[in-house]
Design a protein around this ligand. Structure first.
Ligand SMILES: NC(=O)c1ccc[n+]([C@@H]2O[C@H](COP(=O)([O-])OP(=O)(O)OC[C@H]3O[C@@H](n4cnc5c(N)ncnc54)[C@H](OP(=O)(O)O)[C@@H]3O)[C@@H](O)[C@H]2O)c1
Length: 282
């Protein structure tokens, strides 16, 4: 199984996303089963945020993980830009820890850039790391220019990961961001790695080239999309699924090694970028 080293921890390269989970009480049992199936298949990373359902996703994750030994998990949560200040961040993190039922998270991300000066946000992320409420901190929805600015700040280069949108249908980050992160030893966390519902339904999962590669590997189209994402150096994918079978198959996609013929076929359908593109965000 492919792995990524993030904040000093080696974790399987495919984890679990949680956006929209916990929103619908009648789905709670099914969603908890999906998280359990993903963890049983080998996932360690669970990605959540205070934003998701205004805390409901974190509460759901808390229920799902209560009987799982803490060391088997790598928990990521995120602070909203409106709470990313010296005065508000600790309260946000404390509330996330309470909902998750843990003493610390493994990685706490600044969800996207807001109006608080970056220097203030970084100082607070670093302080909360030093007091032990998170093992490490990072950023999300940052592009190269944001990272260059971050690297100039005190402790800025202590960021442990950057989380951005990346999938076969959205390859802009390949132009320069992935190389920048590899050069600076900053792991990349790919969100919407199977393309989120819109893209899946419109094209990715039914593209003939994706289906041909899936046939070659006796895999599903979703597994091919995930194997392609984590085939990049130091890239972790966090697909979301509320279906136990899907969650399991997603995690097992980290075992699939695509060949150069497979990659060429996928490039034909979805070419790599030839110029710098604006960062895609959801
Ligand atoms: N940092 C950020 O700003 C940011 C932004 C967006 C998302 N995220 C994180 O990234 C995670 C993933 O992104 P996402 O939720 O936008 O999109 P995604 O994981 O690319 O797509 C999720 C959708 O794919 C379906 N799916 C997943 N695996 C499948 C499979 N094997 N077979 C069939 N359908 C499958 C799911 O349906 P089923 O439930 O039916 O399987 C769900 O509708 C989020 O949950 C969140 O944790 C972060």
């Amino acid at each position: 199984m492919q792995t990524v080293t993030i904040a000093g921890h080696q974790v399987p390269a495919i984890g679990l996303g949680t956006w929209h989970m916990g929103d619908e009480p009648s789905l709670e049992k099914q969603e908890i089963e999906a998280i359990h199936a993903g963890v049983a298949a080998g996932a360690k990373v669970i990605d959540t945020a205070e934003m998701y359902g205004s805390g409901r996703a974190e509460t759901l994750v808390g229920k799902a993980i209560k009987d799982i030994p803490r060391e088997k998990l790598f928990l990521i949560s995120k602070v909203l830009p409106t709470n990313a200040s010296k005065d508000r961040m600790e309260r946000s993190l404390d509330a996330s820890l309470e909902r998750l039922g843990v003493d610390e998270v493994d990685l706490y991300l600044y969800h996207w850039r807001g109006t608080t000066p970056l220097v203030e946000t970084v100082a607070e992320l670093q302080r909360l790391t030093e007091v032990g409420k998170t093992k490490a901190w990072g950023i999300s929805n940052f592009d190269v220019a944001d990272l260059e600015e971050l690297w100039q700040l005190p402790n800025g280069s202590k960021a442990a990961a950057n989380e951005d949108l990346f999938n076969l249908g959205s390859r802009g980050v390949e132009y320069s961001l992935l190389d920048w992160q590899a050069d600076h030893k900053l792991p990349f966390i790919a969100y919407s790695p199977v393309g989120a519902p819109d893209q899946i339904n419109t094209h990715l999962g039914s593209n003939p080239n994706v289906l041909e590669v899936a046939r070659r590997h006796h895999a599903s189209a979703y597994q091919v999309l995930l194997a392609w994402v984590v085939g990049h150096q130091q890239v972790l994918a966090i697909p979301q699924s509320s279906n136990a079978e899907h969650a399991k198959e997603n995690v097992l996609a980290a075992d699939i090694q695509l060949t150069s013929d497979d990659l060429n076929l996928l490039d034909e359908a979805y070419p790599a970028p030839t110029e710098k593109l604006p960062l895609d965000v959801l």
